[in-house]
Design a protein around this ligand. Structure first.
Ligand SMILES: C[S@@+](CC[C@H](N)C(=O)[O-])C[C@H]1O[C@@H](n2cnc3c(N)ncnc32)[C@H](O)[C@@H]1O
Ligand code: SF4
Length: 443
């Protein structure tokens, strides 16, 4: 089965996935979608900040390096303008979730973060806010910054760690001693931010199973509430700085699988519960309690049940009831549209009934590792008594190797089948066979 794991498949943070977006959804289409939001709809805001002080070799995120402050100040100004433009079109005001992602959103510094956050508070109703989260680079965290995070209402932070071993950090182009991360925890706790997540990775250059075990043990010492364990996606044709990583330093597919299993075993032994593809949470965490209501969005696994996700910033993707809409990926194009007072949407996809049905099936498989096709079809008002026979046939190899159990129209991915989750979900993706885009390997 190892060759199966070398197949490239999407991570299904959306369905249809972003490579299937087209220019058919432009600023005007998105404007009508925003206007159509019912007044009582709950919104989740995602703010993308595509800047870092330097680029880590492995990085697959949409970001660029800048040592100068001017582009960052100009970008914060554009974000503020975009918030006003979007609020001017949107039929809804109530925001229940805010997530700052990147890049490194805290590169905005205390004043710029407050500048942007004040505009959100001015344009939207934050009285029912449930979660306000931010992605942070522990190497650039300071006390004034953590105090500013508390002041703007941040109540969850995720810290990029990846691996604690010096030789892996060297090969991956990111030097970050354990004490740097420990100090970041201390500063966040002192500011009253105690919901802390850690991001780890496997499949990094020069990384071994023992590095993964050691990293998981050190992470556990810090007692994060959640741990994400991402498989390194090597896409050098898409992220040129990854060419700095020696292909020969990368673990093989069976080694990656062993590393993913080692991370899983260690974290489960430390008392974390596995959530879907790549998340682990303490048993009392709301992600564990959510059970079948867990959702998947562009940030991974969430209990965010807002009616619409509004993406702000370059490359940000919005999910509205009608479909997905994405802002211009390049900061220059995004900034020009916003400076002219326009929405920066350049592509997206309007959802068909088939997309909605398949999207729900894929989301349940990725969140619960199980789906009842009849129940999903009932909810969506479809009759699938004769449908999905091709998909069920395509799942036979997974059933034969013990990764999947099929009972009529009920599908369950077994614990052994966890690494195959993306491949199993991909059986329901009708765009995949048509798509020419390249994704990362399945494990
Ligand atoms: C936006 S970064 C986190 C915040 C901050 N920029 C930092 O690195 O500390 C989001 C996370 O994506 C993950 N990531 C980055 N590049 C990746 C890649 N090529 N494959 C898989 N995961 C990746 C890392 O775990 C990283 O912490
Ligand atoms: S991993 Fe984080 S800090 Fe490193 S380049 Fe990517 S976004 Fe920036």
């Amino acid at each position: 089965m190892a060759n199966m794991l070398e197949r490239t498949v999407p991570r299904y943070t959306s369905y249809p996935t972003a490579p299937n977006f087209s220019a058919a959804v432009d600023a005007e289409v998105y404007r009508t979608w925003l206007a159509g939001l019912p007044g009582e709809a709950a919104l989740s805001l995602y703010l993308h900040v595509p800047f870092c002080r330097e680029l880590c070799h492995y990085c697959g995120c949409h970001t660029k390096a800048t040592l100068r402050d001017e582009p960052i100040e100009a970008y914060a100004q554009r974000l503020v303008e975009e918030i006003a433009i979007v609020a001017g079109h949107a039929g809804a005001r109530k925001v229940t979730h805010i997530h700052w992602g990147g890049g490194t959103p805290s590169i905005l510094d205390a004043d710029l973060l407050k500048f942007v956050a004040d505009e959100i508070a001015h344009r939207f109703d934050l009285s029912a806010i449930r979660e306000h989260a931010i992605e942070l680079d522990p190497r650039h965290l300071t006390r004034p910054l953590t105090q500013a995070l508390r002041d703007i209402g941040v109540n969850r932070a995720s810290l990029g760690v990846q691996d604690f071993s010096a030789h892996v950090q060297q090969a991956a182009g990111r030097i970050q001693p354990f004490d740097t991360v420990k100090n970041a925890f201390g500063m966040l706790y002192d500011a009253g931010i105690d919901r802390i997540n850690i991001d780890l990775m496997y499949g990094l250059p020069k990384q071994t199973v023992s590095d993964v075990r050691r990293t998981a043990a050190l992470a556990h010492e810090l007692k994060p509430q959640r741990v994400a364990v991402f498989g390194y996606a090597h896409v050098p044709w898409f992220r040129p700085q990854q060419q700095l990583i020696e292909q020969s330093d990368l673990p093989s597919s069976p080694e990656r699988l062993a590393q993913a299993e080692a991370a899983h075993e260690s974290l489960v032994q430390f008392g974390y519960r596995p959530i879907g593809l790549d998340h682990y949470a303490k048993p009392d965490d709301q992600l564990v309690a959510k059970g079948g209501r867990l959702q998947r969005n562009f940030q991974g696994y969430t209990d965010d049940d807002a009616d619409a996700l509004v993406g702000l910033g370059a490359s940000a993707i919005s999910r509205l009831p009608q479909g997905f809409a994405q802002n211009a990926p390049a900061v220059g194009n995004y900034s020009r549209a916003i400076a002219e007072g326009k929405l920066a949407t350049v592509k997206g996809i309007a959802l068909s009934n088939d997309d909605r049905l398949r999207g729900r099936i894929i989301e349940r498989l990725m969140c619960d590792m199980a789906v009842d096709l009849d129940a999903i079809a009932d909810e969506a008002g479809f009759d699938i008594a004769t449908g999905f026979s091709d998909e069920l046939d395509a799942l036979q190899p997974y059933q034969e190797n013990g990764s999947v159990l099929i009972d009529g129209h009920r599908i369950r991915i077994t614990e052994k089948g966890r690494p195959y989750m993306r491949l199993v979900a991909s059986v329901f993706d009708t765009y995949l066979t048509r798509a020419k885009s390249r994704h990362s390997v399945a494990v």
